[in-house]
Design a binder for this molecule. Sequence first.
Ligand code: NDP
Length: 399
Amino acid sequence: MSDDGVLIVGAGGVSRVVVYKCVQNINIFKKITLASRTLNKCEKIQNEVGKEYIDIAKVDADNIDEMVALIKKVQPFMVLNIALPYQDLSIMEACLRTNVHYLDTANYEHRDTAKFEYKLQWAYDKKYKQKKIMALLGSGFDPGVTNVFCAYAAKHYFDEIHTIDILDCNGGDHGYAFATNFNPEINLREVSANGRYWEKDKNGKGRWIETKPLEIKQVWDYPEIGHKDSYLMYHEEMESLVKHIKGLKRIRFFMTFSQSYLTHMKCLENVGMLRIDEVEVDGCKVVPLRLLKSLLPDPATLGERTFGKTNIGIVAEGLKDGKKRKIYIYNVCDHQKAFKESGAQAVSYTTGVPAMIGAKLMIEGKYQGEGVFNIEEFDPDPFMEELKKQGLPWHIKEL
Ligand code: NDP
């Protein structure tokens, strides 16, 4: 195993940003290999950043043996899983078999069930400990930076945090009537699912409360964007934050959607286009959501035509020195600025930069451990410093 080589799996919108950022930090990432299912997507990125900086390879990451063979050939320090949540377990397993560290940006999902949870990935903890390797889960923006913001608030601003609202706003416009900013299949499964948030009852017992899809709405004034309808959804970082932020009484996640997005999604759902089971069409088996994915614009091509900003952050409330306190930590990212730097819009950019930062901190030994970790388990300070240096500056407001 080299001590500074990375194998990046997946060559979509987020991955291109990871590659660009790793190349910008070439003093840390001395050997970069990009591998994906469709080789020409890797070639395109390789041609843009320069053949001298990265090697490319073809791999089907669902196939553990293929992944193992590639890891043995490349001998990286770690694998960055920037493919899809479906590949999390096969890539984790391949890392385990080859004694190589692991990082991802989204938690495992089974193709046939639109449900995501950390259980199956956390179950690797013991095996990773035995092999003395580390997995860093959820090193994107949300999950990822939002977890780091929570850990930073807990460390520097509160004695106890009681409530957290994670607020994710995409104020950008790509000019299409309907498109998704990251993988359409993953995006639509997430948004059309029931909502869920966590709170403690009168007896101090934590429980998940389920809501209908997008049933709860609030309007939030996002700095540099303005007032936006924000809908309560389930989001995976809540599952780990509930475990790791002590004293928490409630945590919720809100995301903004335009009326046009919601109307299109509802119509598509009503006619069955979001179904993830197979239907037979003229003797062929088709999964409607996957057909829809193939018809929608590829999120990796949205960069050039997306204008506006994203604003993602957390509002935390609690006690400091016996007094009530409420703070807002957020990042604003400009779609066109991200595109000029990396060829990708801000949703990919805000995910790819933290993935690179997580890997950088692991290579530098600042994030080190044996087992499976969520990012808020580490000291947030070095991550927060890197965010400022690597293109995602953040702000703190006392509310
Ligand atoms: P894309 O669909 O643009 O890219 C996915 C890439 O993975 C494609 O290159 C695809 O190849 C490749 N891939 C899919 N299956 C396999 C496989 N079996 N073997 C090898 N490669 C495969 O997705 P995004 O770039 O938008 O998203 C990447 C990841 O980032 C996702 O897991 C997503 O959930 C996550 N994400 C996380 C966020 C966060 O803040 N934490 C926010 C946004 C995204 P092919 O082209 O051949 O299909």
